[in-house]
Design a protein around this ligand. Structure first.
Ligand SMILES: Cc1cc2nc3c(=O)[nH]c(=O)nc-3n(C[C@H](O)[C@H](O)[C@H](O)COP(=O)(O)OP(=O)(O)OC[C@H]3O[C@@H](n4cnc5c(N)ncnc54)[C@H](O)[C@@H]3O)c2cc1C
Length: 411
């Protein structure tokens, strides 16, 4: 069994496949855990059930054409794959599709949250796991009221309810916020971890259970007889494979010829800044609702992250986006963020039009599977993805319904 791509998804797949008794080789074109799984915000968020494609999303996307400092940025290009992606996205920007996708997202989130509780007992240690909840913070009263509607929808449709905090109760709950902040909604179920430490923990665990990890080893081709892959070709050499799992995140569409089908994933570039903890450090993860900026107060550091740029595979670090993160945070937090930056980072989120990952067999093959497209929630969905994929491959009854994640679902 070969798993291609050593991000949080490939690592989770390798773990559950090995647990089911298979010999596993995990390869990566670069280093283990250095893709999008490295510098993200580390939220494990069962509350994030709604996909990006929802009512109002088209309007927000169009507004970004005229707004320089928008957290969402689209660089429109003559790229048929990008236009096709946005067409599929636009078709799903309605309440019915958003709720249907939300239920499928929720299955993976809830299962992963439970699995993480087990994994953090002994399997994955020293990851700075902190189940302190997540606060959605609003600067203005109208934003609080708008969020009240979202909260009602989440409660009625998904049973996910937040607690509202304003005035003195908010000051006591989160003293790091400016008193000008209008209020916040708290999700008690959520938590956070340090993503690079999670990946180090995965590496230690996979090494200890006998998964062979090969870095700087890119998949170049699959050697197949009709529908059955036998070997994978890498830069220098080949590896025998009776089954193959492709977990290459945002890079997956680039493999479409090898996989014999187009994969509707666009790279959604996000940034993060890591620094040391400020004196007045937030007590839990924060999400600044109007600016879509996330704050991760980790035990060994402090991270601001977010922004979503659809700019193809552009690998430049954009200083304006980093400045935007700092400026947005300064509107909400009492203490100015002025310490030295320990890491400036960007990553490509593997964005699908409907917000659901692809987990399942590729139509053109009997033994090649896909686990990619986890959009903004790869850390939060990883364990359930790995477990589900291992169940599908080993023929066990799946612990959640795999149908919504089928690779061949409605295009
Ligand atoms: C700013 C930011 C904040 C985020 N915050 C959160 C958060 O708080 N919570 C959350 O749940 N999610 C968050 N995410 C999303 C999350 O980071 C991603 O969904 C997740 O990391 C995707 O994991 P992956 O394993 O699919 O991809 P990756 O981690 O990118 O791994 C894919 C791997 O495939 C390898 N690869 C590519 N091509 C080949 C090839 N041909 N051969 C071999 N290997 C190959 C790459 O080198 C890479 O290592 C955030 C993302 C960003 C950008």
């Amino acid at each position: 069994m070969v798993v291609v791509g050593a991000g949080v998804i490939g690592a989770s797949c390798a773990y559950y496949l090995r647990q089911s008794g298979l010999a596993v080789t995990l390869i990566d074109s670069g280093q283990f855990g250095r893709g999008c799984s490295h510098g993200n915000c580390g939220f494990v968020s069962p509350s994030h059930v709604l996909p990006l494609a929802g009512p109002g999303a088209i309007g927000s996307t169009l507004k970004t054409l005229f707004k320089r400092n928008s957290p969402l940025k689209v660089r429109w290009r003559l790229d048929p794959a990008m236009w096709s992606w946005f067409w599929q996205f636009a078709r799903r920007c309605n309440k019915r599709d958003a709720i249907a996708a939300g239920h499928a997202i929720q299955q993976l989130l809830v299962s992963s949250r439970t699995l993480y509780d087990e994994l953090f007992q002994a399997t994955l240690t020293d990851v700075e796991w902190d189940p302190a909840g997540l606060l959605f913070v609003c600067l203005t009263g109208p934003a609080m009221d708008r969020y009240a509607q979202t909260n009602r929808l989440l409660q009625n449709e998904f049973g996910v309810a937040a607690t509202r905090f304003e005035g003195q109760s908010l000051k006591e709950l989160e003293p790091s916020l400016k008193s000008s902040v209008a209020g916040a909604w708290r999700y008690a179920t959520d938590g956070q971890l340090r993503p690079d430490k999670l990946m180090s923990a995965w590496r230690r665990r996979l090494d200890s259970i006998g998964v062979e990890i090969r870095e700087n080893c890119a998949l170049r081709d699959l050697v197949a007889e009709r529908r059955v892959a036998h070997r994978i070709l890498i830069d220098r050499g080949e590896i025998d494979a009776d089954q193959v799992v492709i977990a290459t995140g945002a890079w997956t569409p680039r493999l479409h010829k090898i996989l014999r089908c187009p994969i509707p994933i666009q790279p959604g570039k996000g940034y993060s800044l890591t620094m040391s903890r400020p004196q007045l450090c937030p007590r839990s993860s924060l999400m600044f609702e109007e600016h879509r900026v996330a704050i991760s107060p980790m035990q060994s550091g402090f991270r601001i992250g977010s922004t979503m740029e659809f700019a193809g595979y552009d690998s430049r670090m954009n200083g304006d986006r980093l400045r935007l993160l700092r400026e947005s945070a300064a509107l909400y937090l009492k203490e100015p963020l002025q310490g030295p930056t320990l890491e400036e980072w960007w990553g490509w989120r593997p964005m699908t039009p409907d917000g659901l990952p692809f987990i399942g067999r590729l139509q053109a093959f009997d033994n090649v599977y896909l686990a990619a497209g986890h959009s903004m929630l790869g850390v939060s969905m990883a364990p359930a993805t790995g477990k589900l994929l291992a169940e599908l491959i080993s023929g066990c009854a799946p612990h959640i319904d795999p149908a919504p994640y089928a690779v061949s679902r409605g295009r």
